[in-house]
Design a protein around this ligand. Structure first.
Ligand code: HEC
Length: 154
């Protein structure tokens, strides 16, 4: 496509003679810049939210990790002597692995954590009861830990 000089210069003349149009164009340009500024503002806002989220998530993550290490400690000092690595040094087949739990623990399939809690609270045969040794909260934590480990395959 070729643009004839004469036409473009006459266009320019028409354009510059319409100050109104020029003003409109400037307004449009300003609006565009404003929109950009808005975009930048929005970006800053999003960044700020993201940063805030991180600072909110961090303590939650830290709490979760300390919960996990608390449960690990309870397990290591109360259960590992017989159940090291999720095994059972007294009755080899009665391990804390998922299959054994499903096989030997009553109601494990319908309510796994509750079933583990019952075993910890009351003990069974050679396993001592922990009702008077651990708090309810500690029993819950270590039961959840055993469940999680069983799901992960120890
Ligand atoms: C003195 C050793 C000993 C300690 C300490 C011990 N257990 Fe046990 N645990 C056993 C024995 C033995 C069995 C099998 C009981 C049975 O059915 O005859 C068992 C079974 C279990 C079972 C059922 C698993 C299965 O396959 O039948 C769970 C769950 C369990 N123990 C969790 C724990 C937890 C959690 C702790 C710590 C709070 C703990 N045990 C501490 C010896 C122990």
């Amino acid at each position: 496509m070729t643009i004839s000089r004469g036409k473009s210069s006459s266009n320019w003349k028409a354009f510059s003679s319409h100050r109104n149009l020029l003003e409109k164009l400037i307004l449009l340009l300003e609006a565009y810049c404003e929109e950009n500024a808005l975009k930048i503002l929005l970006l800053i806002l999003l960044l700020a939210i993201a940063l805030l989220n991180f600072t909110f998530i961090d303590p939650a993550l830290a709490a979760e990790t300390s919960e996990a290490s608390k449960a690990t400690k309870i397990f290591n000092s109360n259960c590992a002597s017989c159940h090291i690595g999720g095994g059972n040094i007294l009755i080899a087949e009665k391990t804390l692995k998922k299959q054994a739990l499903q096989h030997y623990l009553k109601d494990y399939d319908t309510n796994p954590i509750q079933a583990i809690i019952a075993q910890i609270q009351n003990g069974k045969n050679a396993m001592p009861a922990f009702k008077s040794k651990l708090s309810e909260q500690e029993i819950l934590e270590v039961a959840a830990y055993v469940f999680q480990k069983a799901e992960q395959g120890w």
